[in-house]
Design a binder for this molecule. Structure first.
Ligand SMILES: Nc1ncnc2c1ncn2[C@@H]1O[C@H](COP(=O)(O)OP(=O)(O)OP(=O)(O)O)[C@@H](O)[C@H]1O
Ligand SMILES: [Mg+2]
Length: 310
């Protein structure tokens, strides 16, 4: 399904809502109270530069939703808005029944403590062991006896297949193992939502597959909800329930993985199949190239019949 630019935002929101409802009714979920995050007509600008325009999105509880789009399309910005790091210029973001714009700083912190975040390269504390990395948040935020923390840490490490590595230091881990420890740390406090920003970056194909499957497994076994920002289209399409496609700050398409694979829009098609040729340009918007190289001036300055720069 394609949200055409120019549609009134509310109509797009209604369409998305209807599509999600249909999808999850089909899988026997009761939907109306089952929406964890709802983004309504959100606009966001850095200063005077618009970054996100008319964004509507629904993330149902218990589902794994992917947010895709080329570099610079606004994905991380959207995650930051959901996390309350920044507020939308207009529109609303509802998280578990609370409108983030209406919350004060304490309310935002309270909400954020219920979110797990795994950032690109998911950096670990290098001077803490694997065990202490995972225990860190539990010790910071929850008043639990050390014996209980130990059991919880071991459960989280077991969930990512690394219980046996609890004594290792980060420098002793491979990239894929480090990402799994970061994952265990992100789920330490049983978040209501896990937000992943490029969780697969820099991994070899096998580790990538392992992490992709873990995202799905952890979501289902912990009963959480996941939002995965990724460029790794094929792996993501294999494990997620629903996909949103951002382009240049606008929600251009959304649908089930099969619908996205079959999407005929040239932008979506080029992205999904990683084609070099298509409407997506790799140049950051810039002035006229010849003018910036001052070729015109050089030409003027060149003697008649002289050589010009190409
Ligand atoms: N702090 C900032 N101040 C000003 N502009 C910013 C800031 N952070 C990001 N931007 C701009 O906002 C746009 C969207 O950035 P964002 O990081 O959300 O993109 P993205 O889709 O996550 O890209 P990538 O896939 O490369 O991570 C970019 O054009 C970027 O230059
Ligand atoms: Mg990003």
């Amino acid at each position: 399904m394609l949200a055409k630019p120019g549609h009134p935002g509310s109509l797009v929101a209604l369409t998305i809502s209807f599509r999600i409802r249909t999808l999850f009714q089909a899988t026997n979920c009761v939907v109306s109270s089952e929406i964890l995050i709802e983004i309504k007509d959100v606009n966001f600008a850095y200063g005077r530069r618009p970054i996100l325009t008319g964004i509507n999105m629904i993330i149902p509880r218990g589902k794994v939703v992917a947010l895709m789009g080329i570099s610079g399309s606004g994905k991380t910005t959207l995650l930051r808005l959901i996390g309350g790091v920044m507020k939308p210029t207009s529109g609303e973001i509802w998280v578990d029944g609370e409108c983030t714009s209406a919350l004060d700083q304490e309310g935002i912190y309270r909400l954020r403590r219920r979110m797990g975040m795994l950032f690109q390269f998911g950096a670990l504390f290098t001077d803490l062991s694997v065990f202490d990395n995972v225990a860190f948040q539990m010790r910071e935020h929850v008043d639990l006896p050390e014996s209980m923390i130990r059991d919880l840490v071991m459960m989280k490490l077991h969930a990512v297949g690394l219980r046996g590595a609890h004594k290792l230091m980060p420098a002793e881990l491979s990239g894929g193992m480090a990402r799994r420890v970061a994952l265990a740390r992100a789920i330490a406090l049983d978040p209501m939502i896990m937000m992943y920003d490029e969780p697969f970056t820099g991994l070899d194909p096998i580790s990538l597959g392992v992490i992709a499957n873990l995202v799905r497994q952890l979501n289902d076994t912990l009963g959480t909800t996941s939002l995965v920002v990724t460029h790794d289209v094929q792996e993501a399409l294999d494990v997620v329930d629903y996909v949103y496609y951002l382009s240049d700050g606008k929600m251009m398409a959304h649908g089930t993985p099969d619908e996205i694979r079959a999407n005929k829009d040239p932008l979506v098609h080029q992205f999904v199949y990683g084609e070099a040729e298509g409407p997506v340009e790799y140049q950051y918007p810039s002035g006229e190239y010849a003018a910036e190289l001052k070729l015109g001036k050089r030409r003027e300055a060149s003697p008649p019949g002289g050589r010009h720069a190409a």
